[in-house]
Design a binder for this molecule. Structure first.
Ligand SMILES: Cc1cc2nc3c(=O)[nH]c(=O)nc-3n(C[C@H](O)[C@H](O)[C@H](O)COP(=O)(O)OP(=O)(O)OC[C@H]3O[C@@H](n4cnc5c(N)ncnc54)[C@H](O)[C@@H]3O)c2cc1C
Length: 323
């Protein structure tokens, strides 16, 4: 235990994107003894394409914003263990043992009084035949990353939320022709086929000449040998099966919380970590912030705000911490 005591940190922050960076800035300014352990710096923010809703900056990109988060953390000389994925957090009396692994299998263990989980979310798969085999061979879950590969080609985006429409909008400026596939009908009740998307984006996409929206469509198969060639869908109303030839297929059908390693603390049925208004989880000394939590509206500014709340709550907890 003496050895553990020597190494005992005040805080481990898991993730270095909007929530993790904001938490780190507050922790650094309070002079906490802490480390960020993260797979990468920037997370989903870096993949967010154009960002026009970060207060104070009229127009930026996700990459630029993520780079600025990184610069800001570095200005406080925060220790960042990048390339490490958390595999477990174990509670032992009133401290936590956090284990992480890098891509080479190297393991690290940290002893800490408190933890902030800011590990975000990742894209959901369609779970269709051909999908796994053609991933990276035409099938992508990140339009911002891979979209430029399909210049003057034909692409389809599957999904009905903001991310799908943003994907199709981006591709409309790159590809020759873009299909946008939604499972909803084009009615008033579904807000024109995109019930969860912002009206401003729906109106924008519907005006574009090289974008064809296919409503009532349930994708059933992805086809290709070495590379993607086509996908099949079923018309939910007519039950008719159709096939469309494409070079690129962008899948934007929702996200899954990065919370598999979380065993101490309550999660909701979709795996989001449940937190109270102070970003406390049900596990003593463990806080969570950003997209990985059950707080609605997954947005950069909300994740950053939650990161700050989690840091201030952790500071309050550490101040009262006793061996
Ligand atoms: C295409 C797209 C466009 C978007 N556009 C906008 C927009 O215009 N405006 C807006 O406000 N929001 C936008 N969003 C949403 C925004 O990206 C998220 O709300 C924001 O990134 C959430 O930040 P976060 O810190 O919670 O998580 P993330 O950004 O997902 O970061 C999670 C961090 O945790 C790390 N991590 C994950 N798992 C582990 C693990 N096991 N161990 C260690 N580290 C781990 C990751 O490496 C990363 O650093 C967009 C999202 C997408 C996908």
């Amino acid at each position: 235990m003496e050895n553990k005591q020597e190494k005992l940190l005040d805080l481990i922050i898991i993730g270095a994107s909007a929530a993790g960076s904001a938490a780190a800035i507050y922790a650094a300014r309070r002079n906490l003894n802490f480390t960020i352990v993260t797979k990468d710096v920037g997370g989903e923010v870096a993949l967010s394409g154009e960002v026009g809703n970060w207060p104070g900056i009229v127009e930026t990109t996700g990459i630029e914003l993520a780079q600025n988060f990184h610069k800001h953390i570095q200005s406080y000389n925060v220790k960042i263990e990048e390339g490490f994925e958390i595999t477990s957090i174990k509670q032992e009396k009133n401290h936590h043992i956090v284990t992480a692994k890098n891509f080479l299998g190297e393991e690290k263990t940290y002893f800490t009084k408190s933890v902030i989980i800011a590990s975000g979310i990742h894209p959901r798969n369609l779970n269709l035949p051909g999908e796994k085999e053609l991933r990276g061979r035409g099938v992508t879950y990140c339009t911002v990353c891979d979209g430029p590969l399909f210049k003057d080609k034909i692409t389809a985006t599957i999904g009905a939320g903001n991310a799908a429409i943003e994907s199709a909008l981006m591709m409309a400026g790159i590809a020759e022709k873009v299909y946008l596939i939604t499972k909803f009908p084009n009615t008033k009740e579904t807000l024109g086929g995109f019930p969860k998307a912002e009206t401003i984006l729906v109106n924008k996409i519907k005006k574009l000449e090289n974008v064809e929206i296919i409503y009532n469509a349930e994708t059933t198969e992805i086809i290709g040998k070495d590379n993607l060639q086509a996908f099949k869908y079923k018309d939910i109303e007519t039950k008719e099966e159709k096939e469309i030839a494409v070079d690129g297929l962008m899948v934007h059908i929702g996200m899954i919380p990065n919370s598999d390693f979380v065993t101490c603390g309550t999660k909701n049925p979709i795996g989001e970590i449940e937190v109270d208004i102070k970003c406390k989880t049900t596990c003593l000394g463990v806080f969570a912030a950003g997209d990985v939590t059950n707080i609605p509206y997954k947005q950069i500014v909300i994740a950053a705000g939650q990161g700050v709340t989690a840091a201030l709550s952790a500071i309050e907890y550490i101040n009262k911490w006793e061996e």
